[in-house]
Design a protein around this ligand. Sequence first.
Ligand SMILES: [Zn+2]
Length: 368
Amino acid sequence: MSAILLIDDDHRMIVRLKERLDVRLGAASAVATVIWEPSDRDQNGRARFEGLVRDHAVKLVVTDFDLTRQGMSGLFGATIVDWCQQALIPVADFSRALEKGLPEEPNLFEMRISADTEIAAGQIASIYSGFKQVYDGLKAARAIEGFKSFRSPAAALAAILKGTTDESPFALYATRYGGANSMLLDRLKRALSPDTAPNEEEKNLVLAYICGHLLLNAVLRFPGPIIHHEALGAYCGINPAAGAELADMFAACEYEGPFQEMGSFFWFDCVQDLLQEHAERLQIKTESETVGEFNRKVVEQVLKRQLLTHDCPRCAGKNGGFWCPLTHKTVCMLSSCSVASTSWVPRGAQLCRIERVFYDEWAPILGA
Ligand SMILES: [Zn+2]
């Protein structure tokens, strides 16, 4: 039996989270939830952590950032995150006091979950099962006759999600795996090399770790081949908040796969095809309109009603077509409205553009 390790020095909080999570996982689940409340009785925090990981076969760690309440000085969430990354165990932390407005430094190998216990429980269950699905998917892909090796994590992701060898939609998300730690880079090199002795288990472990994060923290977060309903709304030239109203219309395009419970997601190529089909059927012309304007016309005619406009002051809500991952707003191609992806957005995220005002404000400070 494997386990999810919950770390927090706030007793009331951690017990409540465990309760909620156990309900989510269900009595029949093959995963246990283990609690650790670090205190000065632990003496050696790292030894205690490693003991727990080993004894319970921990597959996912969830930690609070501040762990000093019970007197264990010097132990912070960041340290736990570090230990987990070195051991290739996925780790999530609570985004308790996230500064709104400031773009987060994207760390591929760290997951943020809600500070709301109920929401967090759902997210933890989804993350756990998502990584398991990725792991199982890789195993299944390897078992297919004629399989030699995955060329890259992007290729592995394409194999699990689409059953294809075409890695191109995901390749442009793939960067800097070694950034987390050099040990990961070493293990990755060995795992991908067709020359080394095939230690299937080790290869699967490393690839599942990378692919899971790549999917959750890059592909699903920065809309490209798979888009969430806010981005769907933006693409259809309406308010992102109204994107959920399009879910039924695009039900056939729904993404069903690892981490699907983290939101509602759609395959972008399917969305494009469906819009095209409707447009042809309704004989909607493409002349002199932006992509957002055109798409809005299509969805409003299909749904036979007007949808909530987006509040872009540059085009008075007329254009749209793109989504800003930092302000979560619908933006358009106008140079006064947004700028093309910068170093803040993965190159594969074709639906993402950074809202101009935000960009101009932060780029000189953060570098772009
Ligand atoms: Zn605009």
